[in-house]
Design a protein around this ligand. Structure first.
Ligand code: NAP
Length: 287
């Protein structure tokens, strides 16, 4: 029998691709939505929604009624262990058989930066619950480049603190495809997948691809980790997250984030999307 699936994080980047994929496959699933205004467009496409919030335990119990498999995602925040812990409590009470969780590269409850630590703590809660799990630990999303769209459009420039550091960014569409496979096929229980794109790339490589796609020169303007930190805090980023960026981008600039993984292809059976394809698919965002 096909599993009944609940998707938490359905309105976000990965979750919306996942819902479209599940819908196209005619899977038996519901999307948990906390903002009623966002449910309408999904319902119009034929996607079933259920109201709920990771911060409202009662709503999770209702949403998980009759559910076999849970896709679990929440935003980067110190609340990840608490909010995802609420979902695990409800999953235990409702007999959910499998949790597919979006985690992060290097997730570990003793990691040297916050994001990996918060995800590591949530992974630990899931492991200790005894519910079979699949942890998807992606590298930086290619979609993060949308944050650079303004300076690309207005200054023909990307600001980067990575220097010659290379990282194998991954397309969120591939993360969604791995999640889809783990939710709809057998054999992914109690596994962790590290998800990367097919090559480690530098910001110079990205600028080169953008220059070709846009038919104008895009340059990389180097900034120091401290300048990046100051600008991020001034723009309103929480201090803990700005500190994380300093640590992580510092690692990347020293070549410590370039390790590749075959897991996207191993799980989905098709090659991971490369940066050229990502830029071609989204060139309008950078024009
Ligand atoms: N960006 C990266 O490079 C990167 C790398 C590795 C790992 N990650 C991890 O990936 C995750 C983010 O994925 P994403 O970019 O696809 O997410 P996203 O686009 O930010 O979407 C977040 C989703 O979570 C929902 N949500 C937030 N708080 C909720 C709550 N209290 N109850 C129910 N739903 C809630 C949001 O709903 P609303 O629409 O109502 O807000 C939205 O659907 C994070 O855990 C992050 O740490 C990111």
């Amino acid at each position: 029998m096909r599993p009944r699936i609940l998707v938490i994080g359905a309105t976000g980047t990965i979750g919306s691709h996942l819902c479209n994929r599940l819908h196209a496959d005619r899977a038996d699933f519901k999307a948990l939505v906390r903002n009623a205004g966002k449910a309408g467009p999904m319902n119009e496409k034929g996607i079933k929604t259920v109201a709920g919030d990771l911060d409202a335990k009662e709503s999770l119990l209702e949403a998980m009624d009759g559910i076999d498999k849970l896709f679990l995602l929440s935003v980067t925040s110190p609340d990840i262990p608490r909010l995802q812990g609420n979902a695990v409590d409800a999953a235990l009470k409702k007999g959910v058989r499998h949790i597919v969780k979006i985690s992060a590269r290097g997730a570990d409850s003793a990691a040297h930066f916050n994001i990996a630590r918060f995800h590591g703590q949530a992974e630990k809660i899931i492991r200790e619950s005894g519910i079979p799990f699949t942890f998807l630990r992606p590298h930086s999303f290619m979609q993060n480049l949308f944050f650079d769209a303004k300076t690309i459009r207005e200054q023909n420039a990307i600001y980067s603190s990575l220097g010659t550091g290379r990282i194998p960014m991954v397309d969120a569409r591939d993360i969604a495809e791995v999640a889809f496979t783990a939710l709809t096929q057998e054999g992914h229980e109690d596994k962790s997948y590290y998800l990367t794109g097919p090559q480690a790339i530098s910001y110079e490589d990205i600028a080169e691809k953008l220059s070709i796609g846009l038919d104008r020169k895009i340059k990389v303007l180097p900034i120091t980790l401290q300048e990046e930190y100051n600008q991020s805090v001034k723009a309103g980023l929480p201090i803990w997250l700005a500190e994380d960026m300093k640590i992580v981008n510092g690692d990347y600039s020293e070549g410590k984030g370039s390790d590749l993984s075959p897991d996207v292809e191993k799980v989905t059976g098709r090659k991971a999307i490369d940066i050229g394809q990502f830029i071609a698919d989204h060139i309008g965002r950078f024009k």
